[in-house]
Design a protein around this ligand. Sequence first.
Ligand code: HPA
Ligand SMILES: [Zn+2]
Length: 330
Amino acid sequence: MPIPKAELHLHIEGTLEPELAFALAERNGIALPFADPDALREAYAFADLQSFLDLYYELMAVLRTPRDFADLADAYLRRAQADGVRHAEIFFDPQAHTARGVPFDVVVEGLHGALSTSRDRYGISSALIMCFLRDQPVDSALETLASAERHLDKIIAVGLDSAEVGNPAARFAAVFERARELGLRCVAHAGEEGPAEYVWEVLDVLRVERVDHGIRSMEDPELVERLRAERIPLTVCPFSNVRLRAVDHLGFHPLKRMLEAGLVATVNSDDPAYFGGYVQENYDGVAAALELTDDQICTLARNSFEASFLDEATRSAYLAELDAYIRGTD
Ligand code: HPA
Ligand SMILES: [Zn+2]
C-alpha cells in the first residue's frame, strides 16, 4: 500500500488523459487536431512552461458541461486513491473556461459535484483552489473573484498560475487582498521558471501562506532562511520540473537539498496527464533518483498534511494514520 499523503499541487485540467480528451471530444462533437490518443501523447515534448500551457489550454476545449468536469475530477480521484492520497487540494483555472464561453457556475458545479462525494466513494477529503491566470488582466481576475462569491462554501483558497516570467505577481495584490477579506486562503506559483525574487514577491505582496513550486528559492540563502524559520510550505512537483526543463534531470532536482535545509517541502504531480506520472510515481521517482532516506520520504508525507488547509482534528487523524502506517512498515 502506498504511503498515506495529501496532494496539494494538482491542476484538475492537467489530469485530462488523452483517452478522456477524445471521449469528451466525441461526446461534445468537437474535432481535435490529433488522429488519436497516441498521436496526442506524442505532442507531449515540452521546451518550457509556455509550450506546455499552449497545449494545456487548447485541450480544454473538450470540457463543456458539468458532467465533463465531474468525469474529469472523478478520473483523478480514482487514480489518487490508488496512490494513497487521503486529502487533495485541487486547482482549477476558471478564466480558461469562461474565456471560451463556459460559465463559471458550470465549472464549479461539475467539479464540486464529484468532490462533494469523494470522501464516501474514495476515502479522500478534498477542497478546491481557484487560480487566477497571471498573464491575464487584473480586471479579469477581479471579475472571476466576484463570480466566486456565490460559491464560497465550495472554494477554500485562491492561487496564481500560468506564464510566470514577465508577469509580476504584485499586479494582483488587490485581488488577493479581496480574497482574504472573503475568507479565502492564499497560495501562488512562484520560483518555477522565475527567480527567487518572484518568491519574495508572493510572500511580501500577495502574502501567501504556501508557495507552489518555489524550487528557485534555493538560489537565495536569505529566502531559504525565511521559508525555514516561518515554516512556509512549498508544493514541489519533480516530474513537472523535468518535463518543463526547469531542472535538467531528476537526479539534479533540489528537493533533497530543500529537505536538508529544513524546508516544509511536499511532493505533488502538478499536471500528471502531461508529465508522465501521478503523485506516487513522483515520490518513487525522486526517492530513487535522489536516494532519499525512509525518514525523508516519511517527512514528505508528514509535510503534506502539515501544509494542508485541513482543520486540526482531521489533520491529526491523518497524521495518526500516517504514524500507524510507518510503524507497520518498520
Ligand atoms: O506548472 C504550472 N505552472 C504554471 N501554470 C500552470 N498551469 C498548469 N500547470 C502550471
Ligand atoms: Zn502548477
